[in-house]
Design a protein. Structure first.
Ligand SMILES: Cc1cc2nc3c(=O)[nH]c(=O)nc-3n(C[C@H](O)[C@H](O)[C@H](O)COP(=O)(O)OP(=O)(O)OC[C@H]3O[C@@H](n4cnc5c(N)ncnc54)[C@H](O)[C@@H]3O)c2cc1C
Length: 146
């Protein structure tokens, strides 16, 4: 397994090792600013629960095999959004005029562009998550089967 670590954030990838399946904060920790940690943990739990039921009742292991990549698409989406939001909230306080300038540009865009505001709302509410789950955007993660 590899760990992507940045500050207090991390992602364990893949979230599976043999018959060990990680979920929630054990697999990924996301900056609290966007309030996504519990949502991601629940998403993992629902996927893993359904996958275990399919494996144990129907002998179908395909969902367990797809568990890690299905979770990680959403995890990386929210990691990126949380970092973006942290910069939006704190960038002007960094004492760096360049960061302050780009942060104010982001804020201006949010308040002046309905398209930018709608994209922001989608990420914040989680209604854009379906696109993160779209298999066409699947990254080539190594998956350890059960
Ligand atoms: C202050 C704060 C505010 C937050 N606000 C939000 C929010 O608004 N929205 C949001 O989506 N997320 C929020 N989060 C993040 C969210 O709480 C976590 O991402 C989420 O609880 C992770 O769920 P989990 O089940 O993976 O881990 P946990 O909720 O930490 O559950 C792990 C459980 O395992 C137990 N445990 C640990 N070791 C052992 C052991 N050896 N044996 C048996 N049991 C053990 C622990 O006691 C705990 O009950 C917040 C987190 C914090 C700290």
């Amino acid at each position: 397994m590899a760990r992507g670590i940045r500050g207090h954030d991390y992602v364990t990838e893949p979230m599976v090792f043999g018959r060990l399946f990680l979920a929630g904060d054990a697999a990924h920790l996301v900056a609290p600013i966007a309030a996504k940690g519990m949502n991601l943990a629940l998403h993992d739990a629902f996927l893993l629960g359904d996958a275990l039921v399919a494996r144990l009742t129907e002998g179908d292991g395909s969902r367990l095999a797809g568990y890690s990549p299905a979770c990680l698409r959403r995890v990386w989406d929210y990691q990126e959004f949380s970092q973006w939001l942290s910069e939006l909230y704190h960038g002007t306080a960094a004492g760096d005029p360049f960061r302050a300038g780009t942060t104010l540009a982001r804020l201006r865009r949010l308040f002046t562009s309905p398209t930018a505001a709608a994209a922001f709302a989608e990420q914040y509410l989680g209604t854009a998550a379906g696109r993160a789950d779209d298999p066409r955007w699947r990254l080539p993660h190594a998956v350890d089967g059960p």
